[in-house]
Design a binder for this molecule. Structure first.
Ligand SMILES: *Cc1c(COP(=O)(O)O)cnc(C)c1O
Length: 367
């Protein structure tokens, strides 16, 4: 029997061998870095696990900032690699305080690594990256930043800040495929990664990826996943057409408008503007209501509303304005839907005022 239906997903053309280096350079431009950028044909969790396990050697001490399950996992991976990990845990679903990080660094002068998540899509917080990286650098710590959610949504100046390893994925603010990830790696980080005793012949080995660079950044070793590479190529093309600064500004605006709309509904946003992410706005649901039940009243409206993820965030409602959802239409409809959910649960919600507030924020742009 023959199968003769045309389908664009069948028989995907190979991704040209000379274009992986070009993709790496385009990612480096987004990260504002001249550090090496290496790529992994897997979702960003693998890149994070690779960073944790490649940088640690038994007996090394690391300060690990925990603001979500991602931070917890990162600490576990460093422990598994033999590291002594000092978790600095924020109040549940809150951004970390710089003072708490300073205390940990001062109490552990023998630490050599500091890790943190930049912005959290799980709870909608953004950690004070600038201050923390500056602090880590003055103490000579290697820094590892999970920027999977923040890249494209927040300023991320890897070289100006001096981030040793930044881990990114295209699937959040860059609105690209989820099956690939990338890391920028400084020369200090490479020195640590290549110390004896590290992993090799492993998907988790960053050291193995160095040989792609040393061999002239041609085709990736092994069989590649063309569908994902073409999708990343297209996603980067769209980002470059808009301009990375404009993409970040669009996320900043969406966050600002969402906050204005929610406040005009008569509801408190979970975070302050300074500690809120540009990707997700979290809202604390009224006392005695469950976030999950509240959201079932508006499921039929198909808006990007979800409950929070991780300790302390379960009873938050997250309004997502990440990637292509960082736009007026989505913000406007999602905030209205949340207003309707409140009304269905017997609460007051001034949806008209919310829409006016959102339009005021958007109306100021370009004038
Ligand atoms: C989304 C995200 C990741 C990637 O993990 P998922 O498998 O997509 O959940 C890693 N870190 C952070 C901070 C993220 O927001």
């Amino acid at each position: 029997m023959t199968f003769d239906r045309w389908n664009p997903l069948l028989d995907i053309p190979a991704f040209p061998g000379d274009r992986y280096a070009v993709i790496a350079d385009r990612l480096a431009a987004i990260l504002n870095t001249r550090n090496d950028v290496v790529m992994i044909q897997s979702e960003a969790i693998v890149a994070l696990e690779a960073a944790a396990t490649s940088i640690i050697r038994p007996g090394m001490k690391a300060i690990n900032i925990v603001t979500s399950p991602y931070g917890l996992w990162f600490g576990e991976w460093m422990r598994r690699a033999g590291g002594e990990v000092i978790d600095v845990t924020a109040i549940a679903a809150r951004a970390i305080e710089v003072d708490a990080v300073a205390d940990a660094i001062n109490s552990h002068p023998d630490a050599s690594v500091l890790s943190l998540v930049h912005a959290e899509s799980a709870s909608g917080i953004c950690n004070p990256l600038l201050e923390i990286i500056a602090l880590a650098r003055t103490h000579g710590l290697l820094t590892v930043v999970d920027a999977v959610a923040s890249v494209g949504g927040h300023d991320l100046d890897v070289d100006a800040l001096g981030i040793d390893i930044a881990v990114i994925g295209p699937q959040k603010a860059l609105a690209g495929p989820a099956g690939l990830s990338a890391l920028s790696i400084s020369s200090d980080a490479w020195r640590q990664i290549r110390k004896p005793g590290g992993l090799s012949n492993s998907i988790l080995s960053l050291s193995d990826l160095k040989s792609w660079i040393e061999n002239g950044r041609g085709p990736l070793p092994g069989t590649t996943v063309p569908l994902e590479w073409h999708a990343l190529d297209a996603a980067l093309g769209r980002i470059e057409a808009e301009g990375i600064d404009a993409v970040i500004a669009r996320h900043t605006l969406a966050a600002k408008a969402t906050r204005a709309g929610i406040e005009a509904l008569g509801v408190d946003v979970w975070t302050s503007a300074e500690t809120g992410s540009n990707l997700v706005t979290s809202v604390k649901v009224p006392e005695a209501l469950s976030a999950e039940k509240l959201l079932t009243t508006v499921t039929h409206l198909r808006q990007p509303l979800a409950t929070g993820v991780g300790p302390g965030a379960e009873n938050l409602v997250r309004i997502t304005h990440t990637g292509q959802q960082a736009c007026l239409d989505v913000v406007s409809a999602a905030v209205s839907a949340y207003g309707l959910a409140l009304r269905s649960s017997g609460k007051d919600a001034d949806i008209g005022a919310a829409q006016a507030a959102i339009l005021t924020v958007y109306g100021k742009v370009g004038r």
